[in-house]
Design a protein around this ligand. Sequence first.
Ligand SMILES: [Zn+2]
Length: 117
Amino acid sequence: MPNPQPADADVIRQTAARVAVELHDALRAHGHSVQVVPEPPSYGQPYVTFLSPLREDEARLITAALAAYSGARESGQPCGECRSIKQEWATAQRGGDREGAAALAWSMGLHQRRAHT
Ligand SMILES: [Zn+2]
């Protein structure tokens, strides 16, 4: 699989750094101090990691926020291809198929760039 061009990698790193700060600040606004760190780009996608396991109340806060989240999709319609790729990815993850999961993550990146930007 091709690596992203350096310029793309820089943009992806900046995105990961921004998302890490946003997630940290969002939790901070609710009184939680959770360290979130940007990860190196992988398969053309930005990643972040929680530096330590989430406490129950932190996980419940995120769960509640997601339950209340109506979605930012512009069309307001769920995307069938996103759902399909996510289901295949989940199946690959459960089956321990790391290469398959990585390939699907790559496919998702391509699809999102084509269909959702
Ligand atoms: Zn989609």
